[in-house]
Design a protein around this ligand. Structure first.
Ligand SMILES: Nc1ncnc2c1ncn2[C@@H]1O[C@H](COP(=O)(O)OP(=O)(O)O)[C@@H](O)[C@H]1O
Ligand SMILES: [Mg+2]
Length: 470
């Protein structure tokens, strides 16, 4: 069922909550209004009843109805003038009616209400008779001639009850209308807020590997969502980049593997075509061995990079004297440098650092072997060590040679990236495959360091920054 869609239920939830809160608030508000009207009318009735009772008491004491009945009645009428729906019932101690207004028979009230309690507490009570409701008060008066009078005064409440009922109905209707309006308003505002998001979702849903180059136009959404769309497009940029590199990476691996395998296959076919001497077989097997070693080296390089990608490279940290390590490495490369009459110039110094000796050795020897390869004969490769600050050291390996065009520099550390298409396979580790600098970069990053390359007409420089401790 479409309405069971959780997104729709969530968008329903907000208007309902807003509606409930509005309803609740309006209900409390109308309850308070109703209560204060009720209270006010009770106060009015009570004070009216008390003032009439007081006046009647005064007249009873002053005139004594037995003796001056006419004056008493006359004053009583004056007291009652202006009071609407007010009823009086006065009897003497023998139950003889002294005065009674037309209207409800308050003699019944006398039997139904506990007047002793009312008189004692100067209170009032409610009396319902013939579908009408009254608030009643009473007093007992004893006058000098020994007579006792009971006065009961009642005031009709029907109008007030009717007024409050209408007020309640009116407020109820108002709450109902307000809630419906709030509900409609919230739906409309949610609809308009949700609309661009829904448009966005539809566009995003259509993006797949084939349309990874699609970017959502910012004009599609209101200004408040532009930064969201920009962030999403940036994420697509990064994903597309990673995806392309991954795709090229797979193609490159296949390409790199195909060449040695083709070589091996061709050689084997040629060998099998004719009968060979043992020496010839040995020679061919040696040549094959070289190809196997290259493939094996490449596979172990790939595994190394895969481990780095999966954050499985755990450096075995020991104290390293970089100056000493690089000096030994330069000595190791002597056979190669002697061939081209290249010299190393190691300059500066820095504190010992914590690192994995094997990994850092591999990284620096990769850079050195590149430097040797690209340095013209009879030139100097300079290596500078520097203490950047207490926590960082810097190694700069600089070699003269052809300038690397600046467009290549950001990609030097990418896997299989080579500036020139021709391959150099001279037996160095991963030489010519374009994996060397990618491995260097993962080693340096595993050590929480950074590496960058610079190149101009004079030299090409690789700058490594390493923390003294990880
Ligand atoms: N010292 C250098 N001088 C000039 N170019 C260099 C230097 N080091 C690396 N490069 C360029 O960077 C590319 C990538 O180097 P690397 O990853 O070690 O691959 P490879 O050595 O297998 O070619 C090289 O092909 C080369 O074009
Ligand atoms: Mg290399």
């Amino acid at each position: 069922m479409s309405w069971m869609n959780p997104n729709k239920l969530i968008s329903l939830r907000l208007p309902l909550i807003v509606c409930l809160i509005t309803c609740g608030l309006l209900y409390c508000f109308s309850f308070l209004i109703e209560r204060s009207f009720e209270k006010l009318s009770i106060q009015q009735n009570v004070s009216e009843l008390n003032s009439v009772i007081d006046s009647i008491e005064r007249e009873l004491v002053y005139y004594s109805p037995d003796e001056n009945r006419d004056e008493f009645i006359q004053n009583l009428l004056l007291i009652l003038t202006g009071h609407h729906r007010l009823f009086v019932y006065i009897i003497d101690e023998q139950g003889k009616i002294v005065y009674r207004t037309r209207g409800p028979n308050l003699a019944f009230a006398k039997t139904q209400i506990d007047f002793d309690n009312i008189v004692e507490n100067h209170g009032t009570d409610i009396w319902n008779q013939d579908k009408s409701s009254y608030r009643v008060a009473a007093s007992y008066v004893a006058i000098e001639n020994g007579k006792h009078y009971t006065t009961i005064v009642a005031i009709g409440r029907d109008l007030q009850i009717e007024f409050i009922r209408r007020l309640r109905d009116g407020l109820g209707l108002l709450i109902g209308i307000a809630c419906i309006l709030v509900l409609i308003g919230s739906f409309i505002s949610i609809y308009f807020t949700q609309k661009p998001i829904n448009r966005l979702i539809k566009k995003i849903e259509k993006i797949n590997l084939k349309s990874l180059n699609y970017r959502i136009p910012t004009s599609l959404v209101p200004i408040k969502y532009v930064s969201l769309v920009k962030a999403f497009n940036d994420m697509l940029n990064r994903m597309e980049d990673v995806f392309h590199r991954q795709r090229n990476f797979t193609a490159d691996i296949a390409h790199e593997m195909r060449t040695p395998i083709t070589n091996l296959t061709t050689q084997t076919q040629i060998v099998l075509n004719n009968a060979r001497t043992t020496d010839e077989y040995r020679e061919i097997l040696y040549s094959n061995l070289e190809e196997y070693e290259k493939m094996s080296q490449m596979i172990s390089d790939m595994l190394f990079l895969a481990q780095a990608d999966n954050r499985q490279l755990v450096p075995n940290l020991i104290d390293i004297d970089l100056h000493n390590m690089i000096t030994l490495m330069c000595e190791y490369f002597e056979p190669l440098t002697d061939e081209k009459n290249i010299t190393f110039n190691l300059d500066g110094n820095c504190s010992h650092i914590q690192g994995d000796k094997m990994m850092l050795g591999r990284a620096i020897s990769n850079i050195l072997s590149n430097a040797i390869r690209y340095t013209p004969e009879n030139q100097v490769i300079s290596i500078t060590l520097k203490q950047v600050n207490e926590k960082r050291v810097q190694i700069v390996i600089s070699n003269p040679g052809k300038k690397i065009d600046s467009k290549h520099l950001p990609h030097l550390f990418d896997r299989f990236y080579r500036v020139e298409e021709s391959r150099h396979r001279n037996g160095n580790d991963s030489a010519g495959t374009g994996i060397g600098l990618a491995i260097v970069k993962s080693i340096i990053e595993t050590h929480k360091g950074t590496i960058s390359a610079e190149s101009d007409e004079q030299s090409t420089r690789f700058i490594i920054n390493l923390p003294t401790a990880i």
